[in-house]
Design a protein. Structure first.
Length: 344
């Protein structure tokens, strides 16, 4: 079995044309995906999630990909003010005592982007700006995709026999290398812990999961494997397809992962299946660090289907404006979407 299939996560399955075809044909037994599940039964959970997403998207309006069609530009380029693409640094992330050690060039989704790697008292720190996404390889070959406006820290030297630890502020996708060979003999070096600010700790042996911390709200979404999530008052085991959320000082809540809004890390796009416009805007604001305001009856609760590109702020906003039949303005450092149409 090819390694690239056994390492697939939810976004990989949804984006794979062969997998989508297999689902639409009713999952015939003679294809490679059947062999994959036989070889690695633990992937059944993420495969089932991907099937749900594909089936729902397949039953939507056949024009659901209108967000990606070139014709939208013909209808909106004239008469709409251009979106300010200049990103502003909202504050100094590092104090003057921090020393810039190197500039690291990272290839992500076919585009070369840059991020700064800082050396701070024995720690490595990666930080991203608005609209940026980078791939970071950890010392033991685990991989982290660090989202926009986010920070990842870990010790420069991971000593043998010690727990693998990272600290996250913002959003990141983890593919943690499984070092343990015998579940009955787990040592400290086999464990991997992601600390989400002072809110949650995520402990795994090997798993694929997302973490997000924005506006005093911490979330952990598990795609495959198993994780233990801990805060100051409780500890629980998370299964694939589940999400843990902690807001402020409120108790931790465990829910099924929301499949109406999925961020495809590989292609930098948002897969929407009956997603509320308000939730879509929250994702856009997190990525580009610029507030987006809606003016119009019923816009906030309107449901969207399709695929929204998140690579460039201007393309994202104009595509969304075309679907909402809205005009775009930039005012007081905020993007305003105004629609005269009344949505029910």
């Amino acid at each position: 079995m090819q390694k690239r299939y056994t390492d697939y996560n939810l976004q990989d399955f949804v984006s794979d044309e062969n997998f989508r075809s297999w689902i639409k044909k009713g999952k015939p037994a003679d294809e490679i995906w059947t062999s994959l599940l036989a070889e690695k039964p633990v992937m059944a959970g993420v495969v089932n999630e991907a099937e749900i997403v594909i089936q729902k998207l397949s039953t939507q309006n056949p024009d659901r990909n209108v967000l990606r069609q070139p014709k939208i530009w013909q209808t909106i380029e004239s008469g709409i003010g251009s979106v300010d693409e200049k990103q502003k640094n909202t504050g100094k992330i590092f104090n003057s005592v921090y020393v810039r050690a190197a500039a690291v060039l990272v290839l992500v989704a076919g585009l070369t982007v840059s991020a700064w790697l800082y050396s701070i008292s024995g720690m490595n720190r990666f930080t991203t700006v608005s609209g940026e996404q980078i791939r970071v390889a950890l010392p033991e070959e685990s991989v982290v995709l660090l989202g926009a406006n986010s920070t990842l820290e870990f010790r420069k030297n991971w000593k043998p026999g010690k727990i693998r630890e990272v600290w996250v502020d913002g959003e990141a996708h983890f593919e943690v290398k499984h070092l343990n060979k015998d579940s009955k003999k787990v040592v400290l070096a086999h464990k991997f812990v992601a600390h989400i600010q002072d809110k949650l700790d995520v402990e795994v042996l090997g798993a694929v999961f997302n973490v997000k911390y924005r506006k005093d709200k911490a979330q952990v979404e598990l795609e495959s494997g198993s994780v233990k999530v801990t805060d100051s008052k409780m500890s629980l085991l998370l299964q694939p397809g589940e999400t843990v959320t902690k807001v402020g000082m409120q108790p931790v809540a465990r829910t099924p992962t929301d499949l109406t809004l999925i961020y495809n890390w590989t292609d930098r796009e948002l897969i929407m299946d009956q997603a509320k416009v308000g939730d879509v805007l929250e994702t856009i604001e997190d990525r580009f660090n610029k507030p987006v305001r809606l003016v119009g009856d019923g816009l906030q609760e309107r449901l969207l289907d399709g695929i929204l590109p998140l690579d460039k702020q201007k393309d994202t906003i104009l595509a969304l404006a075309a679907v909402l039949n809205a005009k775009v303005q930039v005012k007081d450092e905020a993007i305003i979407l105004t629609s005269e149409k009344k949505w029910q």
